[in-house]
Design a protein around this ligand. Structure first.
Ligand code: PHE
Length: 341
């Protein structure tokens, strides 16, 4: 019986040592120490022993049992430790591997042009204003001297929010003139860039949403010469020294006299090409002396104060600044195009 016990012990320890997983240990526990296990059945045979041998044998069996239990425990710890080490190795992060450099975006060419425009006007003492794209028709039209029935108020041109035609997507940045006059102290020098909306079909020169930069000066003894001087300075700083401009008479309800300013075509230098539709000139803004009625409606005395204003198309200006030939490129956001600036 002693030999049997020694054999069981040797076998069990051997089997234990070669286990690879904690689950295998449970099977061994059942096999040797379980109710029907080998040690248990050995204990059952003790009845055949002499009364003197029985306690000695019992002590031996218990010792082997204790040995096996300790060995099981030890092996379990070893296996758990190994599993943990394997997992740590697998999940290790090598912090010395160089990272993937994120692709940095950059400013859209139109906003690059706007930044230049802002810098130029800030340098001349102007303040930059921001205003709502959802605007009252009262400010977009009435306060700018465009009364009921004026063609620009038509449903076919303007996005209204309701049939009473009181609230709309602004069709121009000019209501910012009114907002400035209503809220600021005189004298006023402001520019106000932003989005405007008109019911236009998309083509090489049109879009239902585009950007304008409004500008306005109100002071004492302000004249058309100030307007031309300032806008010529803008053109030269934006498009380069010696840029040729031309002022043509025009009509706006809120300025009198009114004009449009053209710059000589950047593509052909004035000879005529597809970009300028063969004309040699590109119109970039409307302007004029603020109509006395507009000043009066804002509670400003036109006998004491005078002013001028302009509204510039930002897309067109950026196209001239960066020699871009089609308006749609500005809105398509194709990175192959945008990366060039
Ligand atoms: N708001 C006019 C337009 O959209 C431009 C303009 C602004 C003209 C200021 C005169 C003065 O065409």
């Amino acid at each position: 019986m002693k030999e049997q016990l020694a054999k069981i012990k040797a076998e069990a320890l051997n089997a234990l040592e070669s286990t690879q997983a904690v689950a295998d240990l449970d099977a061994l526990r059942v096999k040797y120490l379980g109710k029907k296990g080998e040690l248990t059945s050995l204990l059952k045979q003790m009845g055949a022993l002499s009364p003197e041998e029985r306690p000695r044998m019992g002590a031996l069996v218990n010792e082997v049992k204790a040995n096996l239990e300790a060995a099981l425990e030890g092996q379990a710890k070893k296996l758990e430790q190994a599993a943990m080490e394997a997992r740590l190795k697998l999940e290790a992060v090598d912090v010395t591997i160089p990272g993937k450099a994120p692709k940095l975006g950059h400013k859209h060419p139109m906003y690059l042009a706007l930044d230049e425009i802002k810098d130029i006007f800030i340098g001349m003492g102007f303040t930059v204003l921001d205003g709502p794209e959802i605007e009252l028709a009262e400010l977009n039209f009435d306060r700018l001297n465009a009364e009921e029935g004026h063609p620009s108020r038509d449903w076919s041109d303007t996005f209204y929010f309701s049939a009473d035609e009181k609230v709309m997507l602004r069709s121009q940045t000019s209501p910012m003139q009114v907002r400035a006059m209503d809220t600021m102290e005189l004298p006023i020098r402001i520019i106000a860039p932003g989005r405007v909306y008109r019911k236009d079909e998309v083509d090489a020169t049109h879009s239902p949403m585009f950007h304008q930069v409004e500008g306005m000066v109100i002071d004492k003894n302000v004249t058309m010469a100030d307007l031309k001087g300032t806008l010529n300075t803008l053109a030269e700083q934006l498009f380069g020294k010696g840029t040729v401009t031309r002022f043509r008479p025009h009509h706006f309800p809120f300025t009198e006299p009114s004009c449009e300013m053209d710059v000589q075509c950047h593509k052909c230098g004035g000879a005529g090409c597809p970009t300028c539709k063969g004309e040699g000139w590109i119109e970039i803004l409307g302007a004029g002396m603020i109509h006395p009625r507009v000043l009066e409606m804002a509670g400003i005395d036109p006998g004491e104060w005078s002013g001028w204003a302009f509204g510039m198309g930002l897309e067109r200006t950026a196209m001239g600044r960066f020699k871009i030939s089609d308006l749609r490129l500005i809105f398509e956001n194709d990175v192959r195009f945008l990366e060039q600036f």
